[in-house]
Design a protein around this ligand. Structure first.
Ligand code: ATR
Length: 276
């Protein structure tokens, strides 16, 4: 039996095993997907395991996505541009690092709403923002605005990504641009664990009806609820999780991922955990 895994610190609440094991079962692939928690110091050993044993593939999650970069033999374009590897693909004894978060974000928007127009607005410049920004750069938007509490962090990120129509703005500049926004993404951690919102309620009320609001967590946050009530398409992070996983699965197996089976497995597991 082959093994695949996700490594991170921690990974105990990861939904990835449920999703991938459902996909292996569906396609009759003799493999199991495991959780391999590892500290930063243990990460080189994990990568060594992947090299030495017959491992189908490895996902990498917080906080190790940037560190894996230096541990693989080859880094593919998307991963290089955003400075983060979330998928390791063993190939004839060599390890390739790729990033499927960009694809995952793009597909999650495509499946939920028409292509956004006008301005893209990204709130936050942490670990999740680079993938969101690169995905947005492929959506045909007029321009993309990036704002972050710590402006220098947004500027560093914008410089490293080198996206032509990406502009860093202060929070105070956002208000005037809200009527042009076709898609707004909360890539901060604000509101993930409480009722706080990354945009004030009156700002959410200035967003165009029919535009898209995204929160990268897996529940309906207050931000998403207010956006939905305003008449926006409110999209959580579950679609991104599923599609990044589906893309990883395809890179490892060469088979088309059973996306609906993966989605059903994740939703069932979420329900199970909510009831527990
Ligand atoms: P992750 O890697 O999980 O994205 P992170 O890198 O710490 O986590 O990023 C968290 C993001 O949320 C950052 O953009 C952070 O802003 P700073 O760069 O200024 O720290 C943002 N964030 C967290 N708490 C915030 C708050 N109370 N108000 C505004 N932004 C906040």
């Amino acid at each position: 039996m082959k093994r695949a895994a996700v490594t991170g610190d921690p990974v105990d609440h990861s939904l990835s095993p449920v999703m991938h094991n459902a996909a292996f079962r569906e396609l009759g692939i003799d493999a199991v997907y495991e959780l391999w928690p590892a500290t930063a110091a243990e990460l080189p050993d994990v990568i060594q395991q992947v090299r030495q044993h017959d491992v189908l593939g490895l996902n990498v999650t917080v906080p190790h996505k940037p560190a894996v970069f230096a541990l693989v033999d080859e880094v593919r374009d998307t991963a290089r541009r955003i400075g983060a590897v979330n998928t390791v693909i063993p190939m004839n004894g060599r390890l390739a690092g790729d990033n499927t978060d960009v694809y995952g974000f793009t597909r999650s928007i495509e499946e939920a709403a028409d292509a956004p127009r006008g301005t893209g607005l990204v709130l936050g410049a942490g670990g999740a923002s680079a993938a969101v920004l690169l995905a947005m750069s492929g959506m045909g938007l007029d321009r993309i605005l990036l704002t972050n509490r710590t402006r220098s962090r947004a500027e560093n990120l914008a410089n490293s990504l080198d996206i032509a129509n990406l502009h860093v703005v202060d929070e105070s500049e956002i208000q005037a641009n809200l009527p042009e926004v076709g898609i707004v993404v909360n890539a901060t951690s604000v509101g993930w664990h409480d009722e706080a919102t990354p945009l004030a309620a009156d700002a959410i009320a200035s967003l165009p009806v029919g535009s898209i609001a995204v929160d990268l967590t897996y529940r309906e946050t207050t931000f998403l609820r207010l956006a939905r009530e305003r008449g926006l398409h409110a999209i959580d992070g579950l679609g991104m999780l599923i599609h990044q996983g589906a893309r990883s699965f395809e890179l490892w197996t060469g088979e088309k991922a059973p996306v609906d089976v993966m989605r059903q497995a994740v939703i069932a597991e979420q329900r199970r955990r909510a009831g527990a």
